[in-house]
Design a protein. Structure first.
Length: 257
């Protein structure tokens, strides 16, 4: 499965739905701001530089060179599949939790948590877990039964004991059922779709290279299958996002299912 952790600008005490809507609202002025582009690319370069000391293996990266889009930079760790995207008002960390030994999975999760910490500190954003609909507390629940280590909540949104929110309030005061699911937002679906496509393309390329070198073992076959599924999943999400945007009666509002 692919696990996503999204980071948004969020004021202390601000409702998550409000913070997410503000981050994902269209802003053509910001998209055309060359100063914002330069600042965003600089931030991404700092993230990339710090992650070279955190992530195993080489990094494949891309940065925006002209205004008009909302993506400042993307990178993928080729050995682990951990991917980072920096947008104009948000960031996303994702990875695919394939079949691994317990020690390999634990190391993967450690690198994911360190990646989230780096992105949070460089951007000032707060980490949000779409899988739980709340602040990311440093626990990767759906990917493994192994306990994940916590990261201090000094601006990262990940308290060590998981009992406090980034604004200092106690957990449990707001439930996911009371908030709209941001994954139903067309903009969010588009971003997730592009992440799946990027990650899937990297996995397919790696598997194709292994086949080309004569290393077509079971691991390579599994890698190729996962990559193809991620690509198909990305195309599906982009298609759903387009249908939702076209059918939405009010701009920026997601229609009821």
């Amino acid at each position: 499965m692919t696990y996503d952790i999204t980071l948004y600008p969020r004021r202390p005490g601000q409702d998550w739905a409000e913070a997410i809507d503000a981050a994902e609202a269209d802003d053509e002025t910001l998209a055309a701001d060359e100063g914002a582009l330069a600042t965003g690319v600089d931030t991404f370069r700092r993230i990339e530089g710090r992650l070279r000391d955190v992530l195993d293996g080489p990094l494949e990266s891309w940065t925006a060179e002209e205004t008009g889009g909302d993506v400042y930079g993307e990178l993928t760790a080729t050995e682990t599949g951990i991917a980072v995207e920096l947008f104009d008002r948000s960031a996303e960390v994702s990875f695919t939790d394939t079949d691994r030994e317990d020690d390999e999975r634990a190391e993967l999760h450690r690198q994911v948590l360190r990646t989230v910490e780096v992105v949070a500190k460089e951007t000032g954003y707060v980490a949000y877990d779409p899988q739980t609909g709340d602040a990311f507390d440093g626990v990767i629940r759906d990917a493994s039964t192994l306990p994940a280590e916590g990261i201090p909540a000094d601006g990262t949104g990940m308290p060590e004991d998981g009992t406090a929110q980034p604004d200092g309030s106690e957990s449990g005061t707001d439930t996911a059922a009371e908030r709209p699911d941001p994954r139903r937002n067309p903009a969010s679906l588009r971003r997730r779709g592009w992440i799946y496509l990027l990650l899937g393309a990297v996995l397919v390329a790696l598997a194709g290279r292994q086949f080309g070198d004569g290393g077509g073992g079971i691991f390579t076959i599994v890698l190729m299958v996962i990559g193809v599924l991620d690509v198909l999943g990305g195309l599906f999400l982009l298609s759903v996002a387009k249908r939702m945007a076209d059918s939405s009666p009010v701009e920026g509002q997601t229609p009821d299912p």
